[in-house]
Design a protein around this ligand. Structure first.
Ligand code: BMA
Length: 383
């Protein structure tokens, strides 16, 4: 028994490099203290990587693009830049209702494969969730009935239903496996754009306190009840905050968040207005200060200029907006192509033949932009 203990101590000394003057490796733990080793590695490596540059991400990149759907290996970003994005965004809306496809028509079965593909090549996965209203209203996530959040919290009329939804999410997260059977780490961005007033979890439908309970319950349930340990948690506001206090009004706590982020889109004409560059840079400054105080990662979790009508938008606007700010990634929204419902072209990344192609290649070649080949070299999932 005692000998065993001595042996164990000796082994630990050897493994920790004692006696050889090796510094112990300091590893920081994310919000989930029982996160898998790949998830912990990703968390730590992202911190180091953000000093080198920012990753470029694209929503639904591998599933479809402008004028194509579900063709193996295709990606609008790759067809322009010669490389896949470093970050792949996916969306779970519909999973809570056991649908086969998400709200944008992506079959969850295929999504699982795409996630694995991107991860195996060394890319990073982020997931959002446009959950429907628990009251079953037809507007889905875009319902702003007051009291919806209260109804799913413990003691609320929809609480049991909400747990059933989380059961579906947990199953999905746990089903994401790499080649060695390891769980694929995910940057999970639930209840996104939480300071906006268009989703049922938004600012007008619940109190800050209720929002925090919603966040913490969701996290507790996935982590403790369902044993989901492959998530980093991304707090995400819309682009409407003007102060640090506004950004943090609904922040659920340092122990519950790994990354802080916001979404912002270009809606005005960048040829006539520098609002996007100025405002994005200002907001990045704010979250950068918060991140430094709280030791968190940062990102622009969604952005874009629909159809990118300005040929130099990538280097003249987006790149200038980010400037020297330290962020992990910037992700542009999906390349739906012609959208019947919106009656217009709906896409945010360039595709082969698009007017901003040359500028996107320049953006790709910038030293501070990281695409998949760059991050593959970093081996983000290794300690
Ligand atoms: C919006 C649009 C919608 C889509 C939703 C969720 O910005 O792209 O068409 O359903 O995101 O992905």
């Amino acid at each position: 028994m005692l000998l065993n203990k001595i042996n164990r101590l000796l082994l630990m000394a050897v493994l920790s490099g004692a006696g050889s003057f090796a510094r112990p490796v300091t590893k920081e733990l994310p919000a989930d203290k029982n996160a898998t080793s790949q998830t912990i590695a990703l968390y730590n490596n992202l911190k180091k990587l953000s000093v080198k540059g920012f990753m470029f991400g694209h929503q639904d990149d591998l599933a479809y693009g402008v004028n194509w759907r579900y063709e193996n290996g295709r990606s609008d970003v790759k067809e322009v830049a010669g490389d896949y994005p470093a970050v792949y965004g996916w969306e779970l809306g519909g999973l809570e209702g056991k649908e086969e496809k998400n709200i944008d028509g992506v079959p969850f079965k295929k999504m699982r494969q795409f996630i694995k593909e991107g991860y195996e090549r060394g890319g990073v996965i982020t997931i959002s969730w446009h959950a429907r209203s628990p009251f079953g209203y037809p507007k889905g996530a875009w319902d702003t009935t007051r009291g919806t959040v209260a109804s799913i919290l413990p003691g609320g009329s929809n609480h049991v239903l909400f747990k059933m939804w989380l059961d579906e999410l947990a199953k999905f997260f746990l089903s994401l496996k790499g080649n060695q059977g390891e769980a694929i780490p995910v940057l999970f961005r639930p209840f996104h754009e939480l300071t906006g007033n268009w989703f049922w979890w938004g600012r007008n439908t619940c109190t800050p306190e209720q929002f925090k309970v919603l966040w913490r319950f969701t996290q507790y349930y996935l982590r403790e009840e369902k044993k989901v340990h492959n998530l980093l948690y991304v707090y995400n506001t819309s682009g409407d905050f003007k102060t640090k206090d506004e950004f943090l009004e609904r922040y659920p706590g340092d122990d519950a968040v790994d990354m802080i982020s916001f979404d912002t889109y270009q809606y005005d004409d960048p040829a006539k207005s520098d609002w996007f560059v100025k405002n994005t840079s200002f907001q990045l400054g704010l979250i950068e200060e918060i991140a430094a105080e709280k030791n968190k990662l940062t990102a622009i979790a969604e952005t874009g200029y629909e159809q990118i009508p300005l040929a130099n938008w990538w280097t003249d606007v987006l790149s200038k907006a980010i400037g020297k700010h330290t962020i992990s990634y910037v992700l542009v929204w999906r390349n739906h192509g012609y959208n019947q419902w919106m009656k217009k072209m709906h896409y945010y990344a360039p595709y082969k033949g698009h007017g901003s192609e040359a500028d996107f290649i320049q953006f790709y070649q910038q030293e501070n932009t990281l695409f998949e080949k760059d991050v593959a070299k970093e081996k983000l999932y290794n300690e």
